[in-house]
Write a protein that binds this ligand. Structure first.
Ligand SMILES: [Zn+2]
Length: 393
């Protein structure tokens, strides 16, 4: 897919609570200010986001990024297209209202391959020089993985006739939420894979794809694994947020990964209902992996003394990953947040089993993300198949 190598160490982080209001009609009107003339900055595609745009002089533009609501989660997403009738050098400055930049800009000429775009930071402002031409380029916070990308990916997976795709239900704004299943009639146990609760968390998505492909491959290990376990994948839980280029939330302004207790949102409710259905007909949810991104690579689990079955299972699995990947230090962080409403805790409370939040760093090398996913998926299958006693250290 992409050959992007990110080696920069640009790590912005802040947690700011500021109050501001924004509405989408207002935003798109503000964004349209730069969409006419020789040079055009536009947002006419899914995932695009450029809340405000101002032409400050002949060839200089100022973009302001604004969160969908407050409190802010510090992940200012942006994606816009730059095009010109005649080749023109322009300067684009980006600022974030009430927050700082987190994502170093990437540029793509075809929407598939991405490179880091050169930029400078001047205080809180990010400044870049772009050559606009009749051939459009896209500038974005991370590689763009839109809703269609998931459909195309699922098409490739379902070439394998044993993988079944269906619509679990509709999102808040009526977009399909797909599930992929690899089911074996003799198997009663399920591995559940979740992704994209948080739209800007692209490196989590870049890990989910090879992770699932490894599980569903035709390797001897996969064949053995899939005799015993069914796999359920819901790779894109928040299609409305993905489409809108949201920083965090769904179309109602809810953080879905805080909703696994209340199920106030249709997206989480659909998944809970489906899992309960599986359990009610006698199946068992055995383990779950939920893919995200943050400033570094880290795996969040439930503590070994939380009371889930096979308490040492995650520790055994990830210790083996750490042992086998000499250049990668596995950071495993157990935690218990009873009132937070995160998916990991839901799986433990509801089904009495382990689950993890699998977080890849924003700037982790993309080849490394694949390598970790391949290795961790293989070792997960081995650990789940082994007779090792996971009740003990
Ligand atoms: Zn997340």
């Amino acid at each position: 897919m992409n050959k992007l190598l990110l080696t920069c160490s640009l790590l912005f982080s802040s947690v700011l609570l500021v109050s501001c209001t924004s509405n989408q009609a207002e935003q798109s009107k503000n964004a349209q200010a730069c969409s006419s003339g020789n040079v055009r900055l536009t947002i006419d595609f899914s995932t695009a986001r450029m809340d405000e745009c101002q032409r400050v002089s002949e060839n200089e533009y100022l973009i302001t990024l604004v969160p969908e609501n407050t409190p802010i989660n510090s992940s200012p997403w942006y994606a816009f297209k730059v095009q010109a009738d005649q080749v023109t050098d322009i300067t684009i400055t980006m600022k974030v209202r009430g927050d700082e930049h987190r994502y170093p800009p990437k540029i793509s000429h075809n929407g598939n391959t991405w490179q880091l775009q050169k930029y400078k930071l001047k205080g809180q402002r990010l400044v870049m020089n772009i050559t606009a031409s009749p051939k459009p380029v896209i500038i974005a916070a991370q590689e763009i993985i839109n809703n269609k990308y998931y459909v195309d990916w699922a098409d490739k997976l379902t070439n394998n006739k044993q993988v079944n795709r269906s619509v679990l239900g509709q999102s808040t704004q009526g977009r399909p939420i797909y599930k992929l299943e690899r089911k074996n009639d003799k198997a009663k146990e399920w591995l559940v894979i979740l992704g994209r609760q948080h739209p800007p968390e692209i490196t989590g998505a870049l890990a989910l794809f090879p992770f699932v492909e490894t599980l569903l491959s035709s390797s001897e290990l996969s064949k053995k694994y899939l005799e015993k376990y069914n796999v359920l994948v819901i790779p894109n839980i928040n299609p409305d947020g993905v489409h809108a280029g949201n920083w965090r939330n769904n179309a109602n302004g809810f953080d879905l990964n805080r909703d696994w207790k209340d199920f106030s949102q249709i997206e989480t409710r659909l998944i809970n209902n489906y899992l309960q259905e599986l359990v009610n007909k006698g199946d068992k949810i055995t383990f779950a992996v939920d893919f995200h991104s943050t400033v570094r690579d880290i795996f969040y689990s439930m503590p070994v003394d939380y009371g889930v079955e096979k308490p040492y299972f995650v520790r055994h699995w990830l210790a083996e990953l750490d042992r086998q990947m000499s250049n990668f230090d596995v950071e495993l962080k157990p935690g218990n947040n009873p009132d937070l409403g995160v998916s990991k805790q839901y799986f433990s409370d509801e089904f009495g089993v382990h689950a993890i939040t699998y977080e890849m760093g924003d700037n982790t090398d993309r080849t490394e993300i694949k390598r970790i996913a391949f290795k961790s998926a293989n070792l997960l299958m081995m650990t789940m198949l082994s007779d090792e006693d996971h009740d003990k250290e």
